[in-house]
Ligand binder design. Structure first.
Ligand code: GDP
Length: 301
């Protein structure tokens, strides 16, 4: 929690400090409510959620007849937590069908941090004593497989790849999962290509990977990686991916580099899928499970 606080609050205290300053005004009048809403919007919470939060908070302030800053802050925390939704299941499905490895597809646009996330996640799973295998299904960029292999070596797991640039991504993904079955691996993590073509192309590519992989083992988890610093643009991309493939969880990367942590709320609402992991830096240990309570506390710190 201390690490999360440190990483987030450096950049994210805009929200916390901004709201606190507003709440300690002598009177919370309509101007203050408008400013609170603006602050939430600036933190990328999205229009719906910002409005909902302000309305709920206004209602409670009225009903409870208090403008005491500490009390209002506590209510704000509760309302924010409701929006982040602590009841969502955020566990990574890392147990496969009997006798099969768990298969995790990692998808998202180029540059959002897919390969890095696969490397970090492999490290987390290895630390849990899992036998992990990586699959380099991003065959469009020559350097992509090398980068994944470097991460693999760093965390001590093998990478299945094709030496041929432009090889069929689905066939590499299949080879990786089949190798995982043969070697009795616990988890196979598949890094996919992030070229954002049109929706039809993306659907074809991800659909084929999923279909072909399923011949060896079921896909247990499809993680969509989103760069938290890209705001609304990232949201638009996320929706395209969500229409192309059935996403089971979101990894929100680069939260260490943004003041806009509210994007968590906006994305979950837009996709109806939980944020499961967050990226807080470029190093191997900079991946954390998403915890709603801790996150809200860090936002308001
Ligand atoms: P991919 O194209 O989606 O596979 O993206 P990469 O994994 O190659 O990452 C793109 C860049 O983002 C690299 O320079 C990473 O080090 C960096 N990166 C990835 N995750 C994070 C994160 O959580 N925080 C920060 N600050 N940088 C990150």
């Amino acid at each position: 929690l201390a690490r999360l606080r440190g990483r987030l609050s450096k950049s994210n205290n805009v929200l916390g400090k901004g709201l606190l300053a507003l709440l300690t005004r002598e009177r919370i009048d309509q101007d203050v409510w408008d400013e609170i809403e603006d602050t939430l919007l600036m933190a990328d919470l999205g229009t719906d959620a910002s409005l909902e939060l302000v309305e709920n908070l206004q209602k409670r302030v009225r009903i409870e007849g208090t403008q005491d800053p500490a009390h209002v802050k506590a209510m704000l925390r509760e309302e924010l937590l409701k929006l982040v939704d602590p009841t969502m299941d955020r566990s990574i499905n890392s147990v496969g069908a009997p006798g099969k490895p768990a298969v995790v597809l990692v998808v998202g646009v180029n540059g959002v941090g897919k390969t890095t996330t696969v490397g970090k996640l492999a490290r987390v799973l290895v630390a849990e004593d899992k036998d992990v295998l990586l699959g380099a299904a991003d065959t469009f960029r020559a350097a992509a497989a090398d980068q994944l292999e470097t991460w693999g070596a760093r965390v001590g797991v093998a990478t299945v790849r094709s030496e041929q640039e432009g090889a069929d991504p689905a066939s590499v993904a299949f080879d990786a999962v089949q190798a995982g079955v043969d070697q009795e691996s616990d988890v196979v993590l598949i890094d996919t290509a992030g070229r954002l073509q049109n929706k039809a192309g993306l659907m074809d590519q991800l659909g084929k990977i999923k279909r072909v992989v399923t011949k060896a083992a079921e896909v247990d988890e499809v993680l969509l990686v989103i760069d938290a610093t890209t705001g609304q643009n990232g949201m638009t991309q996320a929706k395209v991916f969500a229409e192309a493939v059935n996403i089971t969880g979101i990894v929100l990367t680069k939260l260490d580099g943004t003041a806009k942590g509210g994007i968590v709320v906006a994305i979950q609402r837009a996709l109806g899928v939980p944020v499961k992991l967050i990226g807080l830096g470029e190093g191997p240990d900079d991946l954390a499970p998403f915890d709603a309570e801790q996150f809200v506390d860090a936002l308001l710190d």
